[in-house]
Design a protein around this ligand. Structure first.
Ligand SMILES: [Zn+2]
Length: 88
């Protein structure tokens, strides 16, 4: 990549957008899991629940590009990243 003024900001924005996109994928996987497995909005899937079922809602655990910690959360709440600016 070429360096130009503002590159760092663009880079940071790209990371947060990537992370938000991961969170959207995760939200979708949680919703499908809850629907298929007849779970309530109070239940929290684990990464294994989302990955190891026959359906495979996710292929692998989702990671934050900036090493933030991603919390799956309950079905009824939003998935979160610990990095500021990465949330939906
Ligand atoms: Zn993140």
């Amino acid at each position: 990549m070429l360096a130009w003024p503002g590159f760092q900001k663009v880079h940071t924005t790209a990371h947060s957008a990537m992370c938000r996109n991961n969170l959207k994928v995760l939200e979708n996987a949680k919703a499908n899991w809850a629907n298929d497995q007849h779970k309530t909005s109070d239940e929290t899937p684990t990464w294994s629940d989302l990955i190891r079922t026959n359906v495979g809602y996710l292929k692998a655990p989702l990671a934050c590009p900036d090493d933030g910690i991603i919390s799956i959360g309950r079905v009824g709440e939003a998935a979160k990243c610990s990095m500021p600016g990465h949330n939906l």
